[in-house]
Design a protein around this ligand. Structure first.
Ligand code: C5P
Length: 224
């Protein structure tokens, strides 16, 4: 049995899981796994190498060699093969490709191993879609964040604009709806709360309120 504690934070796009996971990891002094950034980085790598997105074997091979690092203390930047890809992984084309890669079983298997390797002392906060259901079923605490679609669209819009990435609300609404449907309806590792997850609706909450809630659940669990 692996004794290293894992906190999983799953949920749909724009639910705030990335920000909440980063702040929670900082608070606890734990490592961070942004699993969506793995799917996104694989998409960047595949597009750059002109890999056919229908060639599942080649994509899985690429996923196994993915050399990715997160710089938690430098505003959560993401490095792929030594290159800062924090902005390029957030573009529309990469979001769509990442969502498509998420439906390929061979890719999920390859990334599964990569994700397990993030579990190191003193502990891990992992965010994504299937962290609590599939990748870390023995997690100490499982959180599932949700929020109303309109609120999630607004949040994603602000995030992109703040990063200097072009975005429009109607296109984002369409994109989030499409990705929600793809993520929830795929047969393998669909987006859904784990049976033992605490579900938090963040629509009317500020980020620091959500982090406080999560931290109080984690502290209770660590103390028991
Ligand atoms: O979380 P984020 O929006 O960055 O994830 C990008 C895409 O990667 C998602 O739309 C989803 O299809 C895929 N993904 C996944 N499983 C995860 C994390 C992300 O399938 N654990």
């Amino acid at each position: 049995m692996n004794k290293i504690p894992v906190i999983t934070i799953d949920g749909p796009s724009g639910s705030g899981k990335g920000t909440v996971a980063t702040l929670t990891a900082k608070d606890l002094g734990f490592r961070l796994l942004d699993s969506g950034a793995l799917y996104r980085s694989l998409a960047v790598s595949a597009i750059k190498r002109e890999v056919n997105l229908e060639d599942h074997q080649q994509l899985a091979d690429l996923a196994r060699c993915l050399n990715i690092e997160f710089d938690l203390f430098n505003s959560g930047s993401v490095w792929l093969d030594g290159e800062d890809v924090s902005l390029s992984i957030r573009t529309d084309i990469v979001s769509k490709a990442a969502s498509l890669l998420g439906t390929i079983p061979a890719v999920r298997t390859a990334l599964h191993e990569q994700q397990l390797a993030f579990r190191k002392e003193p502990g891990l906060v992992a965010d994504g879609r299937d962290m609590g259901t599939v990748v870390f079923p023995d997690a100490l605490v499982k959180i599932y964040l949700t929020a109303r679609l309109e609120e999630r669209v607004q949040r994603r819009y602000k995030q992109l604009i703040d990063k200097g990435i072009d975005a429009t609300l109607p296109l984002l609404l369409r994109d989030l709806k499409e990705r929600d449907a793809k993520d929830s309806e795929r047969p393998i590792s669909p987006l859904k709360p784990a049976k033992d997850a605490v579900v938090l609706d963040t629509t009317d909450l500020q980020v620091d309120q959500v982090v406080q809630l999560v931290m109080s659940i984690v502290r209770d669990r660590l103390a028991s």
